[in-house]
Design a binder for this molecule. Structure first.
Ligand code: 48H
Length: 259
C-alpha cells in the first residue's frame, strides 16, 4: 500500500469506528459550548456513553472571543473548582473580591481537551436538524453535515439514538424550539412554550442559568444559555461561572436520574 492509501484508509476506518459508536448513546448533546463541554466531561467520567454534535468546525461556542474580542473572560469563586478539574489557569481580580479572569483561548481549548480525555466523543461540523420522536417520546437526534446544511443540498440525514438529549445550543435553544414546533411537545415551563431571553442583568442571569438547567420533557434537558432562554432568564455577558455550573448540574441530573 502507498503512504497516500495508508493515510486515507486509516482516517476513514478510524472515523467510521468512532462514528458508529456515536450512533447509539446514553447522552447526546447538541452544541459544544462551555456548558455542554463540562456536561460531556462529567457524564463520560461517570461512565455514560456521551457525544457532542457541534455545527461549527471548532467546538467551544462563545468562549473563544472573550468579551468583544478581548480574549479574556471572568469567572466567579463558585465555579473555580470546575476550572481546576480541567487544569485551567485563573487569577483573582485585585480590586473586586470573588471574581477572577482567565484567558478565553485557554478556557475553550482546556474544556475541549478535558471532555475528550474524560472519554466523551466530539463530532464537529455536524448540525442537528431534528429530533427522533417515537410514540410521544424523545429517542435521539437527526444529523447532517453542516456543509450540506449551509449549501442547501437536498441530502437526507442520518440518526443518533440516545436515552437522553441535552440542548446546549446557546441563545436560540434550537432543539427545544424544534420540540415545540415540530414534535408539538409541551415543555415544563409556565406556558409550555419557550419564554425567551431577557436583557442584561449579570447576577440574576448567572443564578437563573443554573436554576433553569433541568429536564423540560422526559429525557430532554437544556443547559447554559439555552436553559436561560427557555425560562426567560436575563443575559449576563462574558462571565462564565453560570455556564460551567449549568453543565455540571445537567450531568448530575442525568447521572442520578431514577430509571
Ligand atoms: C449542532 C449547534 C446547533 C445545532 C447551535 O452558545 P454556546 O457557547 O453555549 P453555552 O450556552 O454553553 O454558552 C453560552 C455562552 O457562550 C454565551 O453565549 C454567553 C455567556 N452569553 C451571554 C450574553 O449575554 O450574550 O455554544 C452553543 C454551541 C455553538 O457552538 C453552536 O455552533 C452550537 O451550539 N449549535 N450545533 N447543531 N442545531 N445549534
Amino acid at each position: 500500500m502507498s503512504a497516500e492509501n495508508i493515510i486515507s484508509t486509516a482516517i476513514v476506518k478510524s472515523f467510521s469506528e468512532k462514528f458508529i459508536s456515536g450512533l447509539k448513546l446514553d447522552v447526546a448533546i447538541v452544541g459544544g459550548g462551555p456548558s455542554a463541554l463540562v456536561a460531556a466531561h462529567d457524564l463520560a467520567k461517570a461512565g455514560l456513553k456521551t457525544a457532542i454534535f457541534e455545527r461549527k468546525l471548532s467546538p467551544g461556542g462563545g468562549t473563544w472571543g472573550g468579551g468583544m474580542l478581548f480574549n479574556e473572560v471572568v469567572v466567579q469563586d463558585e465555579a473555580l473548582n470546575i476550572l481546576d478539574d480541567f487544569n485551567i489557569t485563573h487569577k483573582p481580580l485585585s480590586d473586586a473580591k470573588g471574581y477572577h479572569t482567565l484567558d478565553s483561548v485557554e478556557m475553550a481549548s482546556g474544556l475541549i481537551f478535558g471532555a475528550l480525555k474524560a472519554g466523551a466523543k466530539i463530532f464537529n461540523s455536524i448540525s442537528v436538524e431534528d429530533l427522533v420522536f417515537k410514540d410521544g417520546k424523545v429517542n435521539g437526534l437527526v444529523i447532517n453535515w453542516t456543509a450540506i446544511e449551509r449549501l442547501g443540498l437536498h441530502v437526507d440525514p442520518l440518526t443518533v439514538i440516545a436515552e437522553n438529549v441535552i440542548d446546549g445550543t446557546g441563545h436560540p435553544s434550537e432543539i427545544l424550539n424544534l420540540a415545540v414546533k415540530k414534535a408539538k411537545i409541551k415543555l415544563s415551563t409556565p406556558t409550555g412554550d419557550i419564554i425567551g431571553e431577557k436583557p442584561m442583568w449579570v447576577e440574576n442571569g448567572e443564578a437563573s442559568t443554573v436554576e433553569n438547567t433541568r429536564e423540560y420533557f422526559p429525557n430532554l434537558y437544556a443547559c447554559g444559555m439555552s436553559a436561560n432562554n427557555v425560562m426567560g432568564g436575563y443575559r449576563m455577558g462574558p462571565i462564565f461561572g453560570g455556564m460551567l455550573m449549568s453543565g455540571r448540574k445537567v450531568a448530575d441530573l442525568i447521572i442520578h436520574k431514577e430509571k
